[in-house]
Design a protein around this ligand. Structure first.
Ligand SMILES: Nc1nc2c(c(=O)[nH]1)N=C([C@H](O)[C@H](O)COP(=O)(O)OP(=O)(O)OP(=O)(O)O)CN2
Ligand SMILES: [Zn+2]
Length: 128
């Protein structure tokens, strides 16, 4: 098996409704998002999939999140879901799952990790 990893960053604000502390107040982070894909077969260039293609997919979702109030995103606002690192990792996974599969035959989205700070991150994946 091969595994590829691509990372990017964005800045955005959030508040955690019901949190018993200062995270309930509006505040911001420079978030890091990491995407991992996996697959077995390399193409004739020796690539599982071009990093450039993965970066493109990642930048599409980053553009939706950058300099936003994350609580107002569709998917969080209507359902009153807190934009925690966990929920963001799930949201990004669901958004990228199909587009990544469509990039190249035989590859799948393995996991999404979201860092709120250099020392704290959450990862979401689905069992095969
Ligand atoms: N499991 C989770 N726990 C917390 C989350 C989260 O998304 N998942 N989020 C928060 C808040 O967003 C908070 O802003 C982050 O707090 P913290 O990690 O403590 O970061 P600080 O920048 O405040 O760093 P300090 O080390 O506390 O100064 C809280 N928990
Ligand atoms: Zn926070």
């Amino acid at each position: 098996m091969y595994e590829l990893t691509v990372r990017s960053r964005f800045s955005a604000a959030h508040s955690l409704c019901g949190y018993p502390g200062d995270c309930a107040r509006l505040h911001g982070h420079t978030w890091t998002v990491q995407i991992k894909v996996e697959g077995e077969k390399l193409d004739s260039l020796g690539m599982l999939v071009d990093f450039k293609e993965l970066k493109k997919q990642l930048s599409l979702i980053i553009d939706q999140l950058d300099h936003r109030l994350l609580n107002e995103l569709p998917g969080f606002r209507e359902q009153g879901i807190n934009p925690t690192a966990e929920n963001l990792a799930y949201y990004i996974y669901q958004t990228l799952k199909q587009p990544v599969t469509d990039l190249q035959q035989g590859i799948r989205l393995k996991e999404i990790s979201v860092w709120e700070s250099p020392d704290a991150y959450a990862t979401y994946w689905e069992e095969r």
